[in-house]
Design a protein around this ligand. Structure first.
Ligand SMILES: [Zn+2]
Length: 303
């Protein structure tokens, strides 16, 4: 059975472990902080690889950013990674094969192979965090597009209210449906009269946090409920679009914001507005290290 060194390279930390072909961890997961410069980052990657190289067949990276069609390099800007990250040829890091894939795609593959969407050939995993990520499994294959950058669902346009996104474009779905989007909605609604009777009314609109809104929901605060309902409707709008285009068996929700939603409520709202057959909405099950499992399993299919 093949052994894969799986490395999850994110903006704040790098996690790694050896995984087998079935997605099982063969040793303890280790974590190191992400260095600030590309030189230091390459050194960290090389150290991790040389520690394990004799014992493995492939190194697989799950990374932030869009990955090229050959799975060797990050092909987009990656604001959270050191400058020069998208110049790095990952195959130069090891004498053995190296495979790189976008972390949201890896997470989707893990849900499909061993998680909440196991056995479902058409399934989409949406990650709701600071941004919105997506991985599309269509007819049992990972959708990559002509350049490898397909499935950038967070950049789908909704609403047309001219809300500026972190990518400097307007009205990306992620500028509404992410955690950052919830905060932005909170700020906007804090400019209206409903904020006057809110438990947070002593704060300036810019200082209301995502956590405040969640706390407000639990305390039955009308302002917080209004904000959350707008956020939820923006989430549902995007999920309806995805469902109508791809007709998936399931949409799996992962990421930090997932724990605040009622999947059954979202599922019913979607299914009452679509033209394709009903979809199931489920929370992710492959765990915090789904990126590592997914990149390892994808690497086995490719190499
Ligand atoms: Zn954007």
């Amino acid at each position: 059975m093949k052994k894969i060194l799986a490395i999850d390279a994110g903006g704040t930390k790098i996690s790694y472990a050896v995984v087998d072909e079935s997605g099982k961890f063969l040793n303890e997961i280790k974590t190191v902080p992400t260095p600030k410069t590309i030189e230091e980052l390459i050194k960290v990657f090389k150290n991790i690889i040389s520690e394990n190289e004799n014992n493995i067949d492939i190194t697989a990276f799950a990374t932030a950013g869009a990955v090229n069609i050959n799975n060797t390099k990050v092909d987009s800007s990656t604001p959270n990674m050191p400058e020069g990250y998208n110049q790095l040829d990952f195959t130069s890091l090891s004498t053995k094969p190296v495979f790189v894939e976008n972390d949201a795609n890896c997470a989707a593959w893990a849900e499909y192979k061993i998680g909440a969407a196991k056995g479902e050939e058409n399934t989409i995993t949406i990650t709701l965090g600071t941004g919105v990520g997506g991985g599309f499994i269509i007819d049992g294959r990972l959708l990559r597009g002509k350049s490898g950058r397909g499935g950038e669902v967070g950049s789908m346009k909704i609403n047309g209210q001219k809300r500026i996104c972190t990518c400097h474009r307007y009205d990306c779905w992620e500028s509404y449906a992410s955690g950052t989007g919830l905060k932005k909605t909170a700020e906007e609604i804090a400019q209206t009269d409903i904020f006057k009777s809110s438990i947070f009314n002593t704060k300036t609109p810019q200082d209301v946090t995502t956590y405040d809104i969640i706390e407000g929901l639990n305390k039955n605060d009308e302002y917080s409920k209004t904000v959350f309902n707008i956020w939820k409707q923006d989430l549902i709008t995007g999920l309806i679009n995805i469902t109508n285009i791809f007709d998936p068996e399931s949409i799996i929700i992962s990421g930090g914001m997932g724990k605040f939603i009622d999947t059954e409520e979202i599922q019913n709202a979607i299914n009452s507005e679509i033209v394709v057959s009903p979809v199931k909405i489920k929370l992710a099950k492959a765990g915090n290290y789904s990126g590592m499992i997914g990149c390892a399993l994808l690497a086995c299919e490719k190499k």
